[in-house]
Ligand binder design. Structure first.
Ligand SMILES: NC(=O)c1ccc[n+]([C@@H]2O[C@H](COP(=O)([O-])OP(=O)(O)OC[C@H]3O[C@@H](n4cnc5c(N)ncnc54)[C@H](O)[C@@H]3O)[C@@H](O)[C@H]2O)c1
Length: 268
């Protein structure tokens, strides 16, 4: 559908948290789930919205893949445990853990209220702690596994948006990932981050549009933010995810892979 990496994940099982999309079209998590399937993996599509998880699983089935949709909120240990149990019950193993869930909030320290700060940290960072807590013992028993965490360019650079909670949470995703990568490197498990720049996904129309007067202004401004003159999309993230999850990246561990058209390297 959007990738040409057939066979790269044959025989593997991927669990994707945040595998749906908040709107029609292709979000980063939905595209990644389908891309894993196109590469040969069986996919456990997990989402807080059961219907959204199901839509992605049905798309995968429609292209001849094998997937299940599971409802779980990533901030609940019990629900994450149940999703992981469903994956094991259905497919017997987990080779790829993909953490896509992330929410954005607007404002600096003065404008952001305490509850918002806590919510962003919990959804964006604690979620990865919980999913890793449940999946790492399985990967360790298998002697192999790959974790792909979705960070953001905004976690390491000022991208033009005052969203301090989001920026701090995505910075934490990087250090969390590095810590797991190094702790588990000698046990056959790799952990890497993807740092998208500005991507044209349904997410931005819901969670970034508040920074602008209207959608047209947002799209024009975000296209301009990229050195390429246009935003990337969910498939750009998905292709990078398949690469990092596959044996092509077998010696790549603990990296922060920018998928941003070069935006990270630009000054001003
Ligand atoms: N679009 C961009 O420009 C951009 C840039 C940098 C990073 N990112 C990152 O990409 C990720 C979002 O990608 P997307 O396009 O798939 O987003 P999305 O907002 O469409 O979310 C994907 C799915 O996550 C689910 N979800 C939300 N909260 C959940 C929870 N608590 N538990 C379980 N599921 C939950 C939603 O229901 C949705 O179906 C985030 O981590 C975001 O920070 C996006």
């Amino acid at each position: 559908m959007g990738t040409e990496q057939k066979g790269k994940l044959d025989g593997r099982v991927a669990i994707v948290f945040g595998a749906g999309s908040v709107g029609d079209g292709w979000g980063n998590g939905k595209a990644a789930a389908v891309a894993y399937a196109e590469a040969g993996a069986r996919v456990v599509c997990v989402d807080r919205q059961r219907a959204a998880a199901q839509v992605t699983a049905e798309i995968i089935a429609g292209v001849g893949g094998d997937a299940i949709g599971v409802a779980a909120d990533v901030v609940s240990l019990a629900e994450v445990q149940a999703a992981v149990a469903a994956a094991l019950e259905t497919y017997g193993r987990i080779d790829v853990l993909h953490n896509n869930v992330g929410i954005t909030s607007q404002g600096g320290p003065v404008e952001t209220d305490e509850a918002t700060w806590d919510r962003v940290m919990t959804v964006n960072v604690k979620s990865m702690f919980l999913t890793s807590k449940c999946v790492l013992p399985i990967m360790e028993q298998q002697g192999s596994g790959a974790i792909v965490n979705i960070g953001a360019l905004g976690g390491v650079r000022w991208t033009g948006y005052a969203y301090c909670a989001y920026a701090a949470s995505k910075g934490a995703v990087n250090s969390f990932t590095q810590s797991v990568a190094l702790q588990y490197a000698a046990r056959g498990i790799r952990a890497n981050c993807i740092l998208p720049g500005v991507m044209d996904t349904p997410h931005i129309y819901q969670q970034i549009s508040g920074f602008y007067n209207d959608h047209a202004e947002m799209v024009a401004a975000r296209n301009k933010l990229s050195p390429t003159g246009r935003m990337g999309d969910g498939w750009d993230v998905a292709r990078a995810a398949v690469f990092l999850a596959s044996d092509d990246a077998r010696y790549i561990n603990g990296v922060e892979l920018f998928v941003d058209g070069g935006m990270h390297a630009r000054c001003g």
